[in-house]
Design a protein around this ligand. Sequence first.
Ligand SMILES: *Cc1c(COP(=O)(O)O)cnc(C)c1O
Length: 434
Amino acid sequence: MDKDIKHILNEYFQIDNKVIEYVNLKEEEIKDKFKHIDEVKEYNQCKVLKSMQESRLSSTDFNWASGYGYGDVGREKVEKIYSGVFNSEDALVRALIASGTSAIFLVLSSLLRPGDELISITGSPYDTMQEAIGIKGNQKCTLLEYGIKYKEVPLIDGNIDIDKAIDSISNKTKMVYIQRSTGYSSRKAISVGDIGKAIKAIKELYTNVVVMVDNCYGEFTEKIEPTDVGADIMAGSLIKNPGGGLALSGGYIVGRKDLVEQVANRSTAPGLGKECGLTFGMTRNILQGLFLAPHVVSEAMKGALLVGAVYKGLGFDIIPKINDHRSDIVQAIKFNSPEMVKEFCKGIQSASAVDSHVIPMAWDMPGYENKVIMASGGFVEGSSIELSADGPMREPYFAYYQGGLTYEHCKIGVMKSLNNLYNGNLIDKNKLTI
Ligand SMILES: *Cc1c(COP(=O)(O)O)cnc(C)c1O
């Protein structure tokens, strides 16, 4: 490694030489995997640019509207461009959708009616979705409270159990739900190819069942998206992958026109639909972020590989494994101890550009049953396409690492996390001596 880089890592960032050398060694081991990531990036960059050009994105689209926001051309362009990128008939992309959970719940609550059945075929959904559905916690206005029925089909060896999924469908089943990413679980992301196989098998028998995908953390990690392989509707967060680090807030929903229309009606009022809703000048950030997203996602994926290789090398189990096909930006590390999850997250936080001096603590986050620790010293609060790490305080004590706007930053984060565990005598120091 260049001596000037080493000097600043040593002197300013206080990273031990052994840690620096170890991380550099692990980097050499994964570099051949960067080529595939770069190909996916290049393809997705073309896809995004094509959609912007086809939609005739213009400088005047960045102007503000006010009031009802009727005829906000910028908002209409954003939605057209998202439709193009995700190969869907229509899109609802709004800065005022509060989060990924809010976008997903908006879809569920718009499309399901009392008596309808929802089946998750990727096992238990993400923590916040369990509260929103009503199977955990005791919130009001959950799907269950509205008389919607819910069941789950567990994964089999980390894959969708297509036979069981099909067996579970009845004439009450309105929607099948697929979560692409790991979430706070111990399974790898479901590939878009596998999502496609499940959808095909279901649609062959049940053409009317709506298939919805939670696409959080999955965008641009592959050349295709679930909507390319038959998903009827899909939702995600703008402060994750597709916001490219620049979107300040928001969520997106893409899919079939008739379904997006219902979601839009629910989000404003029946009859108003997509026609109003102020963008508060966010059009530029949302689109510049989308433009950068394929690149940013590729950087984050390289960072995920690096952190995976480093902790695998130290003897920890990781999900996904180094040679697994990746379909999200998350790298889970099984630490088996709350102390290690906390110290890992503190190390990541200390590498942040913003709030690097802050020490993250596990707290009762809204929507989560267990206390959660989150390291996210982002320019945008809570943005997990920026370098971040988190984990619920429950067995088996996984830390979930994701994001990083630049690979170089990821690398500093990985070093800082390891240095923290090293200084705290929480890892086997001998394993660092090569
Ligand atoms: C992040 C995430 C969500 C939504 O989380 P928000 O924090 O509400 O944006 C939903 N599902 C999965 C799999 C996620 O990773």
